[in-house]
Ligand binder design. Structure first.
Ligand SMILES: O=C(O)c1ccccc1NCC(=O)[C@H](O)[C@H](O)COP(=O)(O)O
Length: 214
C-alpha cells in the first residue's frame, strides 16, 4: 500500500481539503532559505500542523543549518514528523534523532553519494529532485529506476517525490513501488495554493495503482 503525502499547504482550507481527500500526511514548509510560495511563517506552521487530525501525519519540512536550529523549530511547531532537506550531515541527523521524539525523513537526490549513511540515521528517505539551492518543489522528475533500486536495497521506507502529478503518479507507483509518494507543485492551481480536484485525483490514482486496481 503506497501512502500519500501532500506537501506545502499554506492555509487551513487547503490542509482540510488534503485531509478530506484521504492523504496520509500533510507537509508544512518552514525555515527554508530558498524562494518558494509554499513557505509559511513559524506561527502559521504551528497552527497548520496542530490542526492535522489524529491518524494523519503532520510533517514539518525544513532546511536547518544546525541541529540546535532544527530542535528549536520542532519544539515550537510540534509536528508528528520532520523532513530535513539539505544542511545536516548523516551524523547531525543522528544527533537530532537523539533530541526529538519525531520520526526523521531525510531528503536525498537519487544519484547522491552516501545515501546509505543517510538511511542509517533516518527513519525514512525521501528521494527528490533538488534545485541548485538544495530546495524541493521543483516539479521535475528524476530517474525512477534508481529510486526503485533504493527501494529494493535499503531497509528504511523510501518516499518518491519530484515532478509527480495526478497524471503520472500511477505509473510512478507501478515503476518504483515506494513506501509513499509526495507532491507539492503538481497539485496546485497557482504557487502555494492547492487545486482540490487535483489533490483528490492524485490521492485516488496513487491509491488505486498501489492496490492494482487501475
Ligand atoms: O516545495 C517547496 O517549495 C520546497 C522548498 C524547499 C524545500 C522543500 C520543498 N518542498 C518539499 C517537498 O516535499 C516537495 O513535495 C517535493 O520537493 C516535491 O515537489 P514537487 O516536485 O513540486 O512535487
Amino acid at each position: 500500500m503506497t501512502r500519500v503525502k501532500i506537501c506545502g499547504v499554506t492555509d487551513s482550507t487547503d490542509r482540510d481539503a488534503v485531509v478530506a481527500a484521504g492523504a496520509d500526511a500533510v507537509g508544512v514548509i518552514h525555515g527554508v532559505p530558498v524562494d518558494t510560495p509554499r513557505e509559511v511563517d513559524e506561527e502559521t506552521a504551528e497552527t497548520l500542523a496542530g490542526g492535522v487530525p489524529p491518524f494523519v501525519t503532520s510533517v514539518l519540512v525544513t532546511m536547518p543549518t544546525t541541529v540546535q536550529e532544527a530542535v528549536r523549530r520542532i519544539d515550537r511547531i510540534e509536528p508528528d514528523a520532520v523532513q530535513v532537506h539539505d544542511g545536516l550531515s548523516p551524523a547531525e541527523l543522528g544527533a537530532l534523532d537523539s533530541r526529538i521524539t519525531q520520526n526523521i525523513v531525510a531528503v536525498v537526490e537519487a544519484d547522491a553519494p552516501a545515501i546509505e549513511d543517510y538511511a542509517a540515521h533516518a527513519d525514512a528517505l525521501l528521494v527528490d529532485s533538488v534545485d541548485a539551492d538544495g530546495g524541493g518543489g521543483t516539479g521535475e522528475t528524476h530517474d525512477w529506476e534508481r529510486t526503485r533500486d533504493l527501494v529494493d536495497s535499503l531497509d528504511v521506507p523510501v518516499v518518491l517525490a519530484g515532478g509527480l502529478t495526478p497524471e503520472n503518479v500511477a505509473e510512478a507507483v507501478e515503476a518504483v513501488d515506494p513506501f509513499a509518494v509526495d507532491v507539492a507543485s503538481g497539485v496546485e492551481s497557482s504557487g502555494g495554493t492547492k487545486d482540490h480536484d487535483a489533490v483528490e485525483r492524485f490521492v485516488r490514482n496513487a491509491t488505486r495503482a498501489s492496490e492494482g486496481t487501475v
